[in-house]
Ligand binder design. Structure first.
Ligand code: PLP
Length: 416
C-alpha cells in the first residue's frame, strides 16, 4: 500500500477511475504526474479542463439525489468540478493526506479552515511570523466574531505550551517562516496541540510536499497557497486545505459549498500541470538558493544570511530532520539576507536588479526580490518588525531557474 495514495473512494466521479491503484506503490514523482487523472470517454492524455459552471442530470430524480448528496456526480462548480477534484486528489497524494478541499487562494484556504473548525469563544495560538494577512485575519476579522488569538514566537515550543488555555482549539504555524526562515518543530507542536485537544494547522507553502510533509510529522491539517511553488510559474491564484477525509468532506467542504471560496477550474488545471514539475523545480531551485546563500555569506557587504541549508542556520539540524521528505535535504528556494547599512543600502540592491523581478511574490521560476520592511511587512509597527527580526537592511530573494551566476551578478551590482 502506498502511504501517499488517498485511501478515499472518489466522492463525485462517475467517470471510469484511473487504472492505477494504491497497490502500485508509486513514488512521489510518479504521483505528481499521474495521480488524480480520470480520463473521459475521449481518452485525452493531458488532464481535461472542464470549464462549466453547472452539470446536467439524466432525470429530475437524479438531480434530486445529487442535490441531497445521496448520489455521486457533479452539480455546480462552486461545490465540485472534475478538474478541481483532479488537482485536489493529486495534491492529497503528494501530501499523504486523505482528502483535499481546493480554494480560490491561500487566504481563502486559511479562512475556510478557520470558519469550518472554530466558533465564538474559541482560542487560537498562532506563530507571530506567519504571512501578514493571516495575522490580520485572526486578529481583526475573526476577532470580531469572538475568536481570540495569541501570537507566539515560531521556534519557542515552551511559549506555545504556556499560551494554551482551556478553550484553545487551534495551533497555526508556517515553517519556515517568512522572511526570516525560522523553523517550527512540527512534531513538538503536535504534542502541545494533542495535549490541548486542539488542531495543529501547518502552512506548507514555502517547502511544499517535495521537501516537507507535515501530516507525516503529526499535523492535522495542511494549508497551501497554491499561488506560490505549486503553480510554480506565477500565473494563477489558488489554495488548499488538506487532512482527514471525515473533516475535509465534513465541515470544511460544507463551508466551501455554502460560502463559495472555491477554486476555478481553469486555475486548477494550471496548478495541476504545475504539480507535474514540482519535484524537479524544488530540487533545482533549492540547489540554486543554497549556492546563492553561500556566495552571499562570503560577500563583504552582506551580514546575516538566512537559509535552512546553511550550516550557520541556528536550526540546521531540525531542518535536516524535518525537510527531507523525499530522503534528500533540499532547504527550499527562499534566501533572506541583511545588507550592511540601512534602507538606502538595501534599496540600492533592489534598484540595481536587471534580471531579478522586483515583486513580493515567491515560488516563481523567475527569481524575485523584495524589501520586507517596506512592502510585505510595511504595515506592522517598527517594534513588531524588530521583534520579528525584520530590519531595514533585510532583503528576501525567491530563487528561480535562471543561472546562479546571473543572479549573483545582478545582486553584486547594487551591493557595490
Ligand atoms: C502567499 C501566502 C499565503 C496567501 O496566499 P494567497 O494565495 O496569496 O492568498 C499564505 N501563506 C503563505 C506562506 C504565503 O506565502
Amino acid at each position: 500500500m502506498n502511504p501517499f495514495w488517498p485511501t478515499v473512494p472518489k466522492r463525485v466521479f462517475h467517470l471510469a477511475d484511473a487504472a492505477m491503484t494504491s497497490e502500485d506503490n508509486l513514488d512521489f514523482d510518479t504521483l505528481a504526474v499521474r495521480a488524480g487523472q480520470h480520463r473521459s470517454e475521449f481518452g485525452e492524455n493531458s488532464e481535461g479542463l472542464y470549464l462549466t459552471s453547472s452539470f446536467v442530470h439524466e432525470s429530475a430524480a437524479m438531480a434530486a439525489e445529487r442535490f441531497a448528496n445521496r448520489a455521486p456526480g457533479n452539480v455546480y462548480s462552486r461545490f465540485t468540478n472534475p478538474t478541481v477534484d483532479a488537482f485536489g486528489e493529486r495534491l492529497a497524494a503528494l501530501e499523504g493526506a486523505e482528502a483535499c478541499v481546493a480554494t480560490s487562494s491561500g487566504m481563502a484556504a486559511v479562512l475556510t479552515c478557520a470558519m469550518a473548525l472554530l466558533k465564538a469563544g474559541d482560542h487560537v495560538i498562532c506563530s507571530n511570523a506567519v504571512f501578514g494577512s493571516v495575522i490580520t485575519l485572526f486578529e481583526k476579522n475573526l476577532g470580531r466574531f469572538g475568536v481570540a488569538t495569541t501570537f507566539v514566537s515560531p521556534a519557542d515550543v515552551a511559549a506555545w505550551r504556556a499560551a494554551v488555555r482551556p478553550n484553545t482549539r487551534m495551533l497555526f504555524v508556517e515553517t519556515p517562516s517568512n522572511p526570516t526562515m525560522e523553523l517550527s518543530d512540527i512534531a513538538a507542536l503536535k504534542e502541545v496541540a494533542a495535549a490541548a485537544g486542539a488542531w495543529l494547522v501547518v502552512d506548507n507553502c514555502f517547502c511544499t510536499p517535495a521537501i516537507q510533509r507535515p501530516i507525516e510529522l503529526g499535523a492535522d491539517i495542511v494549508i497551501h497557497s497554491a499561488t506560490k511553488f505549486l503553480d510554480g510559474q506565477g500565473r494563477v491564484l489558488g489554495g488548499a486545505v488538506l487532512g482527514k477525509r471525515e473533516v475535509m468532506m465534513g465541515e470544511v467542504y460544507a463551508f466551501l459549498r455554502t460560502a463559495g471560496p472555491s477554486m476555478s477550474a481553469f486555475n486548477a488545471w494550471v496548478i495541476l500541470k504545475g504539480l507535474e514539475t514540482l519535484s524537479i523545480r524544488m530540487r533545482e531551485q533549492s540547489r540554486r538558493a543554497l549556492a546563492l546563500a553561500h556566495w552571499l555569506e562570503r560577500h563583504p557587504r552582506v551580514g546575516r544570511v538566512l537559509h535552512p541549508g546553511l550550516a550557520s542556520h541556528p536550526q540546521h539540524a531540525l531542518a535536516r530532520r524535518q525537510q527531507s521528505a523525499g530522503g534528500e535535504f533540499l532547504g527550499g528556494a527562499v534566501v533572506s539576507f541583511e545588507v550592511k547599512g540601512a534602507r538606502e543600502e538595501a534599496w540600492r540592491v533592489v534598484d540595481n536588479c536587471r534580471v531579478i523581478s522586483v515583486t513580493a511574490n515567491v515560488g516563481d521560476t523567475k527569481s524575485t526580490i523584495t524589501h520586507p520592511a517596506s512592502t510585505t511587512h510595511g504595515r506592522i509597527s517598527p517594534e513588531a518588525r524588530a521583534a520579528a527580526g525584520i530590519g531595514e537592511g533585510l532583503l528576501r530573494v525567491s530563487v528561480g531557474l535562471e543561472s546562479v551566476a546571473d543572479i549573483e551578478a545582478d545582486l553584486a551590482r547594487g551591493l557595490g
